[in-house]
Design a protein around this ligand. Structure first.
Ligand code: FES
Ligand code: FES
Length: 201
């Protein structure tokens, strides 16, 4: 099995992994980082959103091997010790969750929205930006409120971009297709291709 080396929440990780292992499986099953959730397994719900090299991605459709050498940040990696990240705190304070299953994905996606667009945006823009994340409980109103509050708090902490950087990817756009990922992997390894094409047993 190939050896995967990457950094997760600032810590180096080295593991022998099968080519078809998904990033979310590596995080949850190998590294016990169970804050990253699986909702749909098909890039629809956003519960599995993490950051890879500073971009939001859906880890349920990202091959672990495609992250070789990369830096992954999960919901467990954004707090500063006992202090929640401003976006986490905003979700807590504004009741942006009910069951909480979707919340890690919303928080991770929202942080990148604010870093990309800055702290000033309309509710409609927040809803549009978060179209790649689904919540079955809240009706979204308090999530929008939380993102707005989190954006202000991030700006106060110097953690949001001052200008809009239009054209960069939203989380809904940023997960590359499985075939793109496979084409960048070792062509000698058929495991990943078999997994994506349905040939793996
Ligand atoms: S589990 Fe739903 S998008 Fe990944
Ligand atoms: S809070 Fe339950 S799915 Fe969003």
């Amino acid at each position: 099995m190939p050896t995967l080396k990457l950094t997760v929440n600032g810590r180096p990780v080295s593991r022998e992994v099968p080519g078809q292992l998904l990033l979310v499986q590596l995080l949850r099953e190998e590294l016990s980082l169970t804050g990253t959730h699986v909702g749909c397994d098909t890039t629809q719900c956003g519960a599995c959103t993490v950051h890879l090299n500073g971009r939001p991605i859906k880890s349920c459709t990202t091959l672990a091997m495609s992250c070789e050498g990369g830096e992954v940040t999960t919901i467990e990696g954004i707090a500063d010790g006992a202090n929640l990240h401003p976006m986490q705190e905003a979700f807590r304070a504004n009741h942006g969750l009910q069951c909480g299953y979707c919340t890690p994905g919303f928080v991770m996606a929202s942080i990148k929205i604010v870093e990309r667009l800055g702290p000033d945006f309309t509710d409609e823009e927040i809803r549009e930006e978060l179209e790649g994340n689904i919540c079955r409980c809240t009706g979204y109103h308090n999530i929008v409120k939380s993102v707005r509050a989190g954006a202000r708090a991030m700006a106060a902490h110097g953690g949001s971009a001052p200008v809009r950087r239009e054209g960069e990817e939203r989380v809904v756009d940023s997960t590359r297709s499985m075939l793109e990922q496979i084409s960048e992997l070792d062509p000698e390894s058929n495991e990943a291709h078999d997994a994506a094409s349905g040939k793996a047993k």
